[in-house]
Design a protein around this ligand. Structure first.
Ligand SMILES: NC(=O)c1ccc[n+]([C@@H]2O[C@H](COP(=O)([O-])OP(=O)(O)OC[C@H]3O[C@@H](n4cnc5c(N)ncnc54)[C@H](OP(=O)(O)O)[C@@H]3O)[C@@H](O)[C@H]2O)c1
Length: 270
């Protein structure tokens, strides 16, 4: 199969599938014609077909037999049922990529009838704007062509980082749930701006560009966070006063404890 013309079959059309569809079509409008999608009857797959020109099929089996790469986008609790439903249609050359949190590749391989190439991804909602973070890991029966195809598809959605599977719960907490944590922090900055007398619109504009500029600087200059913090923190200055209060309030400890709680939860989901 030509890598530039493979068909993606998405089983599930919820929040993550929608974000990925948007990301794929945004990255390459021709992808729409190569995406097949189902749901459990909510109408979300049909709505995505209407909005983005992807193809909604009624049955998971139709998607699994037509697609070159089957992407499992259902909740972890539904993975086994959905994969069993299509298992006999999976061949050793048809790749499976699962985005389900907490479900290891070994579980997916055990459910399948054949030794197919299985990949596990932990994407985040940044995929919707082509700026996702996607941790991935490969199962036992991987061939180079399948891996290239999968990386080509998911690479359109953002930065793909290969991880040992035992690091997935940590990645789930840090980058999968990360957008929720960062959104909470942005919300707090918006509130702080309003308390300080700014309009909501001004507070939002200031903090959003501050977030992207800070991330851009650390990335482009390869600058550690601690170095950037020191650079902005003049002795006796405003940042020093603000940081001292934030540390007293336990911001750092709260974030560490929150991410560790998310990681533990990820471990319970499989
Ligand atoms: N949301 C995130 O930010 C995020 C981040 C990383 C990973 N994930 C992973 O992504 C997966 C999906 O999460 P989500 O937030 O997108 O969940 P969601 O919004 O609840 O979507 C789940 C989708 O699965 C469909 N589904 C369930 N059973 C099905 C079946 N038998 N056949 C076909 N489709 C079926 C549902 O259909 P209906 O629409 O008909 O109900 C729905 O479209 C999860 O495993 C989660 O761990 C999510």
């Amino acid at each position: 199969m030509a890598s530039s013309s493979f068909t993606l079959g998405l089983l599930g059309a919820g929040n993550m599938a929608s974000a990925m569809v948007r990301g794929w079509v945004r990255a390459d409008p021709d992808m729409a014609g190569r995406i097949l999608i189902t749901d459990r009857g909510s109408g979300r797959a049909a709505a995505l077909a209407e909005q983005y020109g992807v193809r909604h099929l009624e049955h998971n089996a139709e998607v699994a037999s037509e697609a070159d790469l089957v992407v499992l986008c259902v909740k972890p609790v539904d993975v086994e049922r959905v994969l069993r439903e299509v298992s006999e249609l999976i061949t050793p050359t048809k790749a499976i990529a699962s985005v389900a949190a907490g479900v290891p590749t070994s579980t997916l391989e055990t459910i399948l009838d054949v030794d197919a190439p299985v990949f596990r991804f932990m994407p985040n909602v940044g995929v919707q704007v082509g700026m996702g973070t996607l941790a991935y890991s490969a199962g036992r029966f991987i061939d180079t062509a399948a891996e290239q195809q999968v990386l080509e598809a998911f690479g359109l959605l953002g930065e793909v980082v290969r991880l040992e599977e035992r690091a997935f719960d940590a990645a789930t907490a840090l980058s999968g749930s990360g957008p929720a944590f960062l959104a909470l922090i942005v919300e707090a900055f918006e509130d702080a701006g309003i308390v300080s007398g700014l309009s909501y619109a001004d507070a939002r504009a200031l903090i959003l560009t501050t977030v992207t500029g800070t991330a851009g600087l650390m990335r482009e200059e390869d600058m550690p966070a601690s170095a950037l913090r020191r650079m902005v923190t003049s002795p006796g200055g405003t940042a020093a006063a603000g940081l001292a209060e934030m540390e007293r309030q336990g911001v750092r400890g709260g974030i560490i404890d929150g991410v560790v709680a998310a990681m533990r939860r990820a471990g319970e989901l499989g």
